[in-house]
Design a protein around this ligand. Sequence first.
Ligand SMILES: [Zn+2]
Length: 112
Amino acid sequence: MKVLKRRSRTIVELVWKSGLLQFIWVILVSGALFLLVRFRPLFLPVLAALFAAALLFWILGCVFSPARPARRCPRCGEEGLVKLRRGEPVGVRCEKCGYQDKTKYVAYLDEW
Ligand SMILES: [Zn+2]
């Protein structure tokens, strides 16, 4: 009985939450439609400007974010992977636990 009551309460919460989400979606879509109808001449330029700004920020983020290697060791989980030999594409070892893999490739490990 207790389990049934608990389950029905979670179902009610689920319906309430999904109904709330649908209500929010309806408000968002009707607001967007209102803005589209109200400011129709501005819609395409604003949309184009938003796309251009998103593209610009994407490019800036790619340019300024550093290329960092994934140095997490698969055995101990620490950030300890280094190259076996500098300049060779494959082969890593872990400084922390001694794990070694002669065939593993980790991008950007030479630059690090
Ligand atoms: Zn390790």
